[in-house]
Design a protein around this ligand. Structure first.
Ligand code: HAM
Length: 423
């Protein structure tokens, strides 16, 4: 290395990634906790999964005709020549792990939650990122309309916890295999009468429902008269769906049936839903989910059903900002400890550790600052109390705690901080 000092260029974050720094990260953390706490109280357990998986998992699980798989995956070859993909969504990975860990051989439904970052190479804009964050749940192995309703209710409670009001729940049924087969015949006939380019035709042959999701105005126009899957539901699917909506009515959860809803992932069957916020413009989907009754089998497992959701933390945060529901959260410690000189530092660290053990948050003033400078730091930190410690305090085991809000001081034994800090 050359000895010459060269000013190096700064390095920027990759395009389109969303990251959260203090103080904004406090709001992010709060939103994430509000969104997931209803699942925790409903018996869902944490699953921590890798952010990269074998590419085949998503090709097979999410579907090759989807934009997510065909256009938006971050796929690369690892050093061992394997094709790896950064997870674009969570369900396929959960299913892979459930099969691999034999969780489906135990108590059903398997009920898990997860939170983390996901990756889609989309065109970045407000509310749409290349790295974004979701919390999600999956309930695997029981096909009961009451479970569908509970899953939806859990998502809804998450948004309610955030104080959101200006959103709606859209719901539909993509039916069972028999419903989809009956619909497919008529839909293919309809699509056959359209003047489509070869790529679109090829895509529609694999999954004709994808055309309902096409954003090109001419396709949206052409699909106006297309037969809708909800009009082809089998008796079983119709009964299942009406039970789900019945339970939602009983739970006082309002919804709109959207017969034209298509989700961006191919594994959905039966009950499918989306939460849409009115203040977020084009990126209005704050969460979505549904049943995926064939997925486990497609991934090499047994033919078990499943249902779940993914909620977008980034968009939920934007919605909370738009509705002005974020609480003001001061980040401040109970105690700010200022050691008088270097020789008191070890004692300051011990005192801070003891305060934390007693259940209080404590910070120490570091560096070679003057007492005045350290007091300024204490002020900026917003700590409730400040303790300046020197030889006297160390000897006596008592400290003067200065209450920052009014400048008054109270003397207390270090082992009995609760006598003052809990006031
Ligand atoms: P999804 O609808 O693709 O579903 O994503 C769920 C939520 O993630 C969306 O409603 C949105 O809030 C957020 N989201 C998606 N893409 C982006 C992006 N590029 N930037 C910011 N936020 C985004 C799934 O991922 C399914 N795995 C959900 C599920 C679980 N279905 C059954 N179980």
């Amino acid at each position: 290395m050359s000895e010459k000092l060269v000013k190096l260029e700064k390095i920027a974050a990759p395009k389109g990634v969303r990251e959260y720094l203090p103080p904004e990260s406090r709001s992010f953390e709060w939103v994430r906790e509000q969104l997931i706490s209803p699942a925790k109280s409903a018996g869902y357990q944490l699953m921590e999964l890798p952010v990269f998986e074998d590419t085949t998992l998503f090709n097979r699980g999410v579907g090759e005709t989807t934009d997510v798989v065909s256009k938006e995956m971050y796929t690369f070859e690892d050093r061992g020549g394997r094709s790896i993909t950064l997870r674009p969504e969570g369900t396929a990975g959960v299913m892979r792990a459930v099969i691999e860990g034999n969780l489906d051989r135990g108590q059903l439904p398997v009920k898990v939650w997860y939170a983390g970052q996901f990756f889609r190479a989309e065109r970045p804009q407000a509310g749409r990122y290349r790295q974004f964050y979701q919390v999600g749940i999956e309930a695997i192995g029981v096909d009961d309309p009451a479970l569908d309703a509970e899953v939806i209710a859990i998502a809804n409670q998450g948004f309610k916890n955030l104080g959101l009001k200006r959103y709606r729940l859209e719901i539909t049924s993509l039916g069972d295999a028999a419903s989809r087969a009956a619909h497919r015949v008529d839909l293919m006939k309809f699509i056959g009468g359209l003047n489509l380019d070869d790529a679109t035709k090829a895509r529609s042959e694999i999954n004709p429902l994808r055309l309902f999701d096409d954003k090109r105005p001419e396709i949206i126009d052409a699909m106006q008269g297309a037969p809708l899957l909800m009009d082809y539901l089998s008796d079983y699917s119709l009964d299942h769906f009406s039970k789900v909506t019945g339970y939602l009515d009983d739970l006082n959860i309002s919804y709109v049936v959207n017969k034209r809803m298509v989700r961006g992932l191919d594994y959905y069957t039966g009950t499918t839903f989306e939460f849409v916020h009115s203040d977020l413009g084009a990126q209005s989907g704050i969460g979505g989910g549904g049943r995926y009754d064939g997925l486990m089998e497609v991934l090499g497992g047994q033919p078990l059903s499943g249902i779940g959701f993914g909620l977008g933390i980034d968009r939920a945060l934007l919605a909370a900002i738009a509705e002005n529901t974020l609480p003001i959260q001061e980040f401040s410690s109970d105690l700010f400890i200022i050691p008088l000189g270097d020789e008191m530092k070890s004692f300051a660290l011990t005192f801070a550790a003891s305060a934390r053990k007693q259940g209080f948050s404590a910070e120490v003033a570091f560096g070679e600052r003057s007492l005045k400078g350290a007091m300024k730091g204490a002020d900026k930190s917003g700590a409730r109390f400040v303790a300046v410690i020197g030889e006297t305090e160390r000897e006596s085991g008592s400290v003067e705690l200065k209450r920052m809000s009014d400048g008054t001081s109270i003397s207390v034994k270090m082992s009995e901080l609760n006598k003052v800090l809990e006031l």
